[in-house]
Write a protein that binds this ligand. Structure first.
Ligand code: MRU
Length: 348
């Protein structure tokens, strides 16, 4: 068993340590980000990924930048830290947690009284975000036990597991907590084209723990829902605005199919993933490289003259969501956004 965490602070080397998720399940490799530039590359390449883990990465990124900036004058230090923070935030646009983690941590530097104080305060904040993310995932898991049958099959999409968070996971956290509580749960993991977070990561996490999992290709989900093999769907989220849930491309398709077949559709996410300040039209859905779709291994699978539209996320209206499994309970739409905004301010 590997004991390394998805993402952690390396005090000895002043760096951020991450599991390289692009290599799983074939190889288990840790990467060390000693510079902000290397961290940004890790985020863009999806070496570290998943909304809550990106929140932690953003926070550690600011702490790292604060340690690497060689500037004695506090005003100039803060100005340079702010620029670095903006760069980290723009590494991926859709998951709200990245900007959330960066902003909370940068704020600690803005309220510091010296460069030294800012370095200490940013690292304290980042470590606290990482620890609180792990606690929050366990709380989401405990809350979610109530929506699981004593015995049944759950369909999930992408990877909303320990690899996407500090620990435990959100959607997979619910499954883990249910299994720990004695429920007999089988998981259907959609492979999640094109980067295969479902088959590579979700199946890797679950098989290591002896949780029953079958991988299906994404387009099999509708058939399996219709033929009655799925009791509920649980997915994670990258950003929940008052109108929609942004999550890995394909999520909306599952939500529509679940509604058509009367299957409950749950979204498991921490309050840090809720975004009260924007709606669907404000948010950029990340478009990724053509090659993720047009090349399979070393083989070209799309003719050069054909265009490719590689959207990383889609948006599911709240009307298709049965409930949001959060650390403060299962919230059913319509949501109390004022309450969520208040609670969101006091976390982290
Ligand atoms: O592109 P990714 O792999 O970062 O996308 C991740 C997802 O869409 C997850 O479902 C989401 O971040 C929830 S993780 C708890």
């Amino acid at each position: 068993m590997h004991s390394e965490k998805t993402i952690s602070w390396d005090t000895e080397n002043t760096a951020i340590l991450c599991i390289d998720q692009t290599k799983l399940p074939d190889k288990f490799i840790m990467i060390r980000c000693s510079t902000v530039e290397r961290l940004i590359t890790a985020i863009r390449r999806l070496e570290v990924r998943g909304a809550p883990a990106l929140g932690v990465a953003g926070a550690f990124g600011v702490a790292l930048a604060a340690r690497k900036i060689r500037e004695k004058d506090f005003e100039r230090f803060v100005a340079r830290l702010t620029i670095q923070s903006e760069k980290i935030k723009s590494a991926r646009p859709t998951a709200v947690n990245l900007a959330w983690g960066v902003d909370l941590t940068l704020e600690r530097a803005l309220h510091a009284i010296s460069v030294r104080d800012a370095r200490r305060a940013t690292l304290d904040q980042a470590l606290s975000i990482a620890a609180s993310d792990s606690r929050t995932c366990h709380m989401i898991g405990d809350v979610g036990i109530s929506v699981l049958p004593d015995q049944g099959t759950v369909l999930t999409h992408c990877n909303a597991g320990a690899l996407a968070c500090s620990d435990w996971g959100t959607a997979l956290g619910v499954i883990r907590s249910g299994v720990a509580a004695g429920k007999k749960i089988r998981v259907i993991a959609c492979e999640t084209r094109p980067l295969l977070q479902g088959s590579r990561l979700t199946a890797w996490e679950l098989t290591r723990e002896g949780i029953d999992v079958d991988v299906i290709n994404d387009s099999a989900a509708a058939h399996i829902m219709r033929t009655g093999d799925i009791d509920l769907v649980i997915v994670g989220a990258d950003r929940i605005t008052p109108d929609v849930v942004f999550n890995k491309i394909g999520t909306y398709m599952h939500a529509v199919c679940a509604a058509r077949h009367g299957i409950p559709f749950y979204v498991a996410a921490p309050l840090s993933t809720f975004d009260p300040d924007h709606t669907e039209v404000d948010i950029t859905i990340e478009e990724r490289a053509r090659e993720e779709i047009s090349i399979c291994g070393k083989t070209r699978v799309v003719p050069d003259r054909a265009g490719v539209l590689n959207l990383a996320f889609d948006a599911t209206p709240h009307s298709l969501v049965t409930g949001f499994i959060t650390e403060v309970g299962v919230l059913c739409p319509p949501l109390d956004w004022e309450g969520i905004a208040r609670r969101r301010k006091i976390i982290g």
